[in-house]
Each structure stands twice: as structure tokens, then as C-alpha cells.
Design a protein around this ligand. Structure first.
Ligand code: ADP
Ligand code: MG
Length: 342
């Protein structure tokens, strides 16, 4: 990662669609002059966010130019267009692959010869009952766990064949938001978010400061930098953990239950934030979620896991048509069905 990377607009650099601000003007949701005024206010209030048209949504809401639901609809309609265009068999090379992976833990076959392919620069959701092996899969992707049998590939690398130094380099391409958020209790929000940069880069404190403040702005935690984790609500803690995962500008972002334990309104806000982050950055994202069926709106690809096997892997637009009774029970949330719940 270079210092220069900080100052590039990632969405522009990666050649994506219109910025959120431009999109809102194009859709007639706000006028050009309202957008200008909001950008000036944003620049004034939060210099770290500057003129970034991707971040202007909240300022437009603050100024009363647009409602929160209209903002959400705009982002969602942008995402849903590409979600509907997504095909699993488009011939794209997957960025991460698990091939015939078996994992035995405490004598139990937690992963039972599974094949998984994660599409690059897309959002993939992994769903399934708790204890089904979802977190274990993420740990295999970053080499924190090794398969009992089978192979894990990241790009052209076979993880099992790498030296510790090579593995560390591959790991550097990932950010991992662990289940539970796992902020450091003894560090305030600022130092939590700065932590990976102080560990992984030799950047000066002033460069780190700019980057941290911008990430806090992106997750709507501006002004909270001196708070300690025990002073934050559950939603704020997830936001801080997300900022810490984003601060290194990773190529691949793994999110393990980013909305667990949050109430539905905050859960929606975190889904919005994740989708918004994706639209700005185009990172490859893998999200473990129990928020079914809501999560299907926010991802391209779904992998459903049950008892160590993959039951479904395909576009989120197709899972609703699955005839598999276990999948149907997942989606409907019915107590009656093949999954034993009592
Ligand atoms: N380090 C470990 N040692 C022993 N068993 C483990 C370990 N990690 C996970 N397991 C077991 O593997 C199964 C799958 O766990 P996990 O992947 O965490 O499930 P989930 O789908 O809820 O994320 C569970 O039965 C869990 O107890
Ligand atoms: Mg888990």
C-alpha cells in the first residue's frame, strides 16, 4: 500500500459507476445546487471527507434535502441492477477456492469435502445454521486453519504450499472482521482503527491520522474517536470494527456476522454501510450472515451450508427458486421442516 493510494478516490481508480451524489442528481432525488451545498458543508464540517461525492448522502439527509429511505432506495437500486445482471457462470476466475476441503475438529467432520468458489470483486453471503462451519470456512481462507484434506487457493497461490513469509503476504491482502467485533478494550476508537496501520506500515502519524479520520467518516463515527469500546453501543462497535477492517484498503474483506446481536434498524444501517462500502471500493467481500432473507438483497452470490456440505451456491436472485427443503426452511424460517430445531 502506498501513501498515494490514500488520496485516490478508490471508486474512480477502479472505474466504477456514478458516485452516489451524481446518481442522486441523475435520478432527480436532489438538485445540482443541493449537491453543491451539501459538498461544501461536508468539506467544512468534516475535512477528512472533503469533496467525496460517495460520502455526501448523510449530509444531504442532515440538510433535509433527502429522506433516509430515499437515500437507501437509491443505493439499493444501483446495487440491484448489477445484482440482477450477475451470473454465476460468467466465466470469471474465482479469487478464493476451497477444493474438496475436509476439516476434522475434535473428531467431528465439520467440513465434509466441500468445494467453494468466491467470485472476485463481488459480495458473497454464506448462510447456514449456527455450528455449521461458516466461521471455520473463513479461517481456512486466510490460512488461520489448515484443511485436514483438500486445498485452499487464493488467486494463483496454494496456501498449503506457502512459506510463513509468503503466507503473511497473502494474508496482507485480507481484512477480517471477526465474529463479535473484537475491538481492543484498552484502546480508544482512534487507536483501534490506527492499530493495523501502525503494525503494517511505516507511515507517519499525520498520514495515519488522515486515513483514520476518513475511515471514521465513512462509517459515520466522526467525533467518536476518543471513546472507548465500553462507551459505545453495539452498532457503533460494529462500525468501529468495520473502520478498522477498511483502514488498510484490503483487496478482500471477510465479515463474520457483522450484524449479530443488533436490533433490526441498526442491522439495516450496517447492511447499508456494507453495500455502500462495496459500491465505493469494489472489494471482494465475503459476509457470513444469519439475516435471511434480508442479506439476499445485499449480495450477488449466496453459499448455503448445512452439516458441513454446500447445499446451494449461486446468484442471490436464484436462491428463492431452490426446491431443496432445507433451503426452503432457511428462507421461510419455519419451525417445521427437515432441520431439527427442538
Ligand atoms: N478451534 C476449534 N476446535 C474445536 N472445534 C471447533 C473449533 N472451531 C470450531 N469448532 C467446531 O466446529 C463447528 C463449526 O463451527 P463454526 O464454524 O464456528 O460454526 P458457525 O457456522 O456457527 O460459524 C462447531 O461445532 C464448533 O464447535
Ligand atoms: Mg460463526
Amino acid at each position: 500500500m502506498t501513501e498515494q493510494a490514500i488520496y485516490m478516490d478508490p471508486a474512480l481508480a477502479r472505474g466504477t459507476t456514478l458516485s452516489l451524489g451524481r446518481q442522486l442528481v441523475a435520478n432527480g432525488c436532489v438538485t445540482e445546487s443541493q449537491l453543491d451545498r451539501a459538498l461544501r458543508k461536508q468539506n467544512n464540517d468534516h475535512p477528512a471527507a472533503g469533496n467525496n461525492e460517495h460520502l455526501v448522502g448523510r449530509t444531504l439527509v442532515d440538510l433535509g434535502y433527502i429522506s433516509q429511505s430515499a437515500l437507501l432506495d437509491c443505493l439499493f437500486s444501483q446495487f440491484s441492477r448489477e445484482r440482477e445482471a450477475y451470473r454465476a457462470d460468467a466465466g470469471e476466475t474465482p479469487i478464493i477456492r476451497l477444493e474438496q476441503v475436509v476439516k476434522i475438529l475434535d473428531g467431528r467432520r465439520v467440513l465434509d469435502a466441500i468445494d467453494i468458489a468466491i467470485p472476485a470483486k463481488r459480495v458473497t453471503a454464506i448462510i447456514g445454521m449456527s455450528g455449521g462451519g461458516k466461521s471455520v470456512i473463513l479461517k481456512h481462507m486466510v490460512g488461520l486453519m489448515r484443511p485436514t484434506e483438500g486445498e485452499v487457493r487464493v488467486g494463483e497461490h496454494l496456501l498449503g504450499a506457502l512459506s510463513p513469509r509468503q503466507l503473511a503476504k497473502v494474508r496482507g491482502r485480507f481484512s477480517f472482521l471477526f465474529q463479535g467485533g473484537a475491538l481492543f478494550d484498552s484502546l480508544n476508537v482512534y487507536d483501534n482503527v490506527a492499530f493495523p496501520l501502525r503494525e503494517k506500515t511505516d507511515w507517519s502519524e499525520s498520514v495515519i491520522h488522515d486515513r483514520v479520520m476518513r475511515c471514521l467518516e465513512e462509517v459515520n463515527l466522526f467525533g467518536m474517536e476518543r471513546k472507548f469500546p465500553d462507551e459505545l453501543s453495539g452498532g457503533m462497535m460494529k462500525r468501529a470494527a468495520l473502520a478498522r477492517a477498511l483502514v488498510t484498503d484490503p483487496e478482500i474483506l471477510l465479515l463474520d456476522e457483522p450484524t449479530a446481536g443488533l436490533d433490526p434498524i441498526i442491522e439495516n444501517a450496517i447492511h447499508y454501510l456494507i453495500c455502500d462500502t462495496y459500491m465505493r471500493t469494489r472489494y471482494t467481500m465475503v459476509v457470513i450472515s444469519h439475516a435471511v432473507p434480508e442479506i439476499f438483497r445485499w449480495c450477488h452470490h449466496v453459499i448455503a451450508l448445512h452439516k458441513g456440505k454446500v447445499l446451494f451456491s449461486g446468484p442471490s436472485t436464484e436462491i428463492g427458486q431452490s426446491r431443496n427443503p432445507v433451503i426452503r426452511q432457511f428462507i421461510s424460517g419455519d419451525i417445521d421442516g427437515p432441520i431439527q430445531v427442538i
